[in-house]
Ligand binder design. Sequence first.
Ligand code: MN
Length: 318
Amino acid sequence: MPKRSKLDLGTRACTEIPSSLYASLMNICWFDNHRLGVVEDGRVYDITDALAALPPARYPAPPGDLLVAHLPKIRSEAKRLLPSAASRPVHDACFLSPVANPSKIIGVPVNYGDHVEEARTDKATFTDRYQGSIEQQGLFLKATTSLVGASHGVHVRFPERLTHHELELGVIIGKQAADVTEDEALDVIAGYAIALDMTVRGPEDRSMRKSVDSYSVLGPWLVTADAIADSQALDMSLRVNGELRQQTNTRQMIMPIRRQIAWASRFYTLYPGDIIMTGTCAGVGPVVPGDTVQCSIQGIGAMEVAIYPARAESAKAA
Ligand code: MN
């Protein structure tokens, strides 16, 4: 069981992520109390001053995530600020979702053959209503209020029911896009992150079972698209308390990323910051409070996500 530490950041608990797991790419993150950072070589550099380059808030706010929409500007500001930026080891930082305000979180069902097979053979867990090809089932949406970062952890809302982990490559859209072709599709990607499509098993619509607060985890940061040579060839794995549960490569996807984007954009306009959770492989399984989920995706890095009981405050009316 890995060491777990918690920092008190108001209502936020924080899980330590071992610095040995971090790659040395230029990665954009939100950390602590909404500080903007760049992660390099195991350290988080505070580039919050780069936010001054964003246009001022106005009403109505444009759809999508303002930071992702202006990522090229933020990146050039980051380069200017980095030499004098304050920094700390990544294990001292609390990572929030690298997208603060997505307009939607899109899910791709049954996108790996081995997961199709496990769903087909376990009808008690995977209900009949969710059988058939991706094209037959369609994409689904998760509530944006379910989104958290790696350090927040997952708060199991219904302990008497199964909550499953689903490890997925998270694709973050960078540009407004409607009716894009498969050839154009990869050009609208801002970057990638590790995603957990946490799921309560049962008969309700996916949009409800997968939208519980904290059931969409994205992190630990956004790796810009130019840092990933081929997002359709990435090893990924998930362990629970050190035990290997899921392992695949993104080349095993049934519907490739470019087709997911083209198909989605025929139904709804994609906006900067929209997240696509691109599907999970076999090995999905239950988590319970006290567990630690370790995820890694080649070229992105790794994150540890703690599983907690439901928060007392989450049961109260806001
Ligand atoms: Mn999923």
